[in-house]
Design a protein around this ligand. Structure first.
Ligand SMILES: [Zn+2]
Length: 119
């Protein structure tokens, strides 16, 4: 399993790499004990990260946080996200593109249109 903490979340990401990693594990159905073991932290540590996530997403529970993260397209964000190539990788994985890649792809499209108009 790759450590998620060896990359920095992109600027503007509402969640840190560790918070995002934990939220993905919650979404995957892992228990707090399993998450604690995987991240090498205590149950109390898991609880405090959970609290940070809830605060950042304005959620009342972990289940609601997962729902909010899905709707804001945070869950599928990965290292290297944010451009058209990463956008295509999401589709090859048959998962919705994350917010970064949606923005990156939209910018690429706009640039393409602008250069077409200039020509
Ligand atoms: Zn992405």
């Amino acid at each position: 399993m790759t450590a998620v903490t060896d990359w920095k979340p992109v600027e503007g990401s509402p969640l840190t790499a560790r918070q995002l990693d934990m939220l993905r594990r919650i979404a995957a159905g892992q228990s707090w004990r399993q998450i604690g073991d995987a991240l090498g932290i205590t149950i109390g540590g898991v609880g405090s990260i959970n609290k940070q996530i809830l605060m950042k997403l304005g959620a009342a529970s972990a289940a609601q946080a997962v729902d909010v993260a899905h709707r804001r397209r945070l869950i599928t964000e990965r290292p290297g996200c944010g451009d058209r190539a990463a956008y295509m990788r999401h589709w090859r994985r048959k998962e919705p593109a994350c917010w970064r890649c949606l923005a990156g792809n939209a910018a690429a499209e706009a640039e393409r249109r602008a250069s077409k108009n200039a020509a």
